[in-house]
Design a protein around this ligand. Structure first.
Ligand SMILES: Cc1cc2nc3c(=O)[nH]c(=O)nc-3n(C[C@H](O)[C@H](O)[C@H](O)COP(=O)(O)O)c2cc1C
Length: 200
């Protein structure tokens, strides 16, 4: 089976990458990983260094000779989680000056699946424009905006509300997070948290 590529940049939310790697590993998927320099620093700062053990292969971001830099490399999709506004800007303007940016640029030119999880708040007009450009180029812009209607009970549950959508877009069958109106979720007629014994 062909691998997935995960890119990690220096945005807050390394837990998104950690849990995505964990879920893909649980699904027996092969994962190749590349981090920007700031990505490495934020991963360390946010205490998520365990991600490295979950990847089948980790590339250096300055290794432009790596297989994922080439359109001939076959894979099942690339996910950039989390994605900074800086990397988003590069991708929107075809700047492939690092392995992560080049691999993503290759996805766009080869019309392969590219999912970006932007993380910033608030955003200015250039951030929005760059996301619109990427969307026009065929990337899936899937902001790291967790949802609350599934009543997450932990930070991991919250993060998984986003990652379930990522796994859906990758076409994977997965047990991550419930779906609206499945398994009783959302079928309480709007009575909310009371039915789960949570006091408000
Ligand atoms: C702790 C920390 C958190 C950061 N969080 C964000 C963020 O959420 N979004 C963002 O766009 N930049 C964030 N930054 C700034 C980026 O790391 C910075 O713009 C960097 O140049 C991005 O480089 P990269 O895209 O090559 O990783 C953060 C920086 C630090 C130190």
């Amino acid at each position: 089976m062909e691998p997935f590529i995960i890119g990690i940049t220096g945005a807050s939310g390394a837990l998104y990458a950690h849990r995505l790697l964990r879920h893909l590993k649980d699904l027996d998927a092969e994962v190749h990983l590349v981090l920007t320099e700031h990505g490495k620093q934020v991963v360390a700062y946010e205490g998520q260094k365990a991600i490295y053990e979950l990847a089948d292969k980790v590339y250096r971001n300055d290794d432009l000779f790596a297989p994922i830099a080439s359109g001939s490399f076959r894979h099942r999709g690339m996910i950039i989680a989390p994605c900074t506004m800086a990397t988003l800007g590069k991708l929107a303007h075809g700047i492939g000056d690092s392995l992560l940016a080049r691999a993503a640029d290759v996805c766009l030119k080869e019309r392969r699946k590219l999912i970006v999880l932007p993380r910033e708040t608030p955003m200015h007009a250039v951030h929005f424009r760059n996301q619109a450009i990427l969307s026009d180029l065929g990337a899936v812009v899937l902001p790291a905006n967790p949802s609350f209607y599934l009543k997450p009970q932990s930070i991991e549950d919250l993060v998984d509300t986003v990652l379930a959508r990522v796994l859906d877009h990758l076409g994977l069958d997965h047990p991550v997070s419930h779906r609206w109106r499945e398994m009783g979720v959302g079928q309480d007629g709007g009575r909310g948290t009371e039915d789960r014994g949570i006091s408000q």
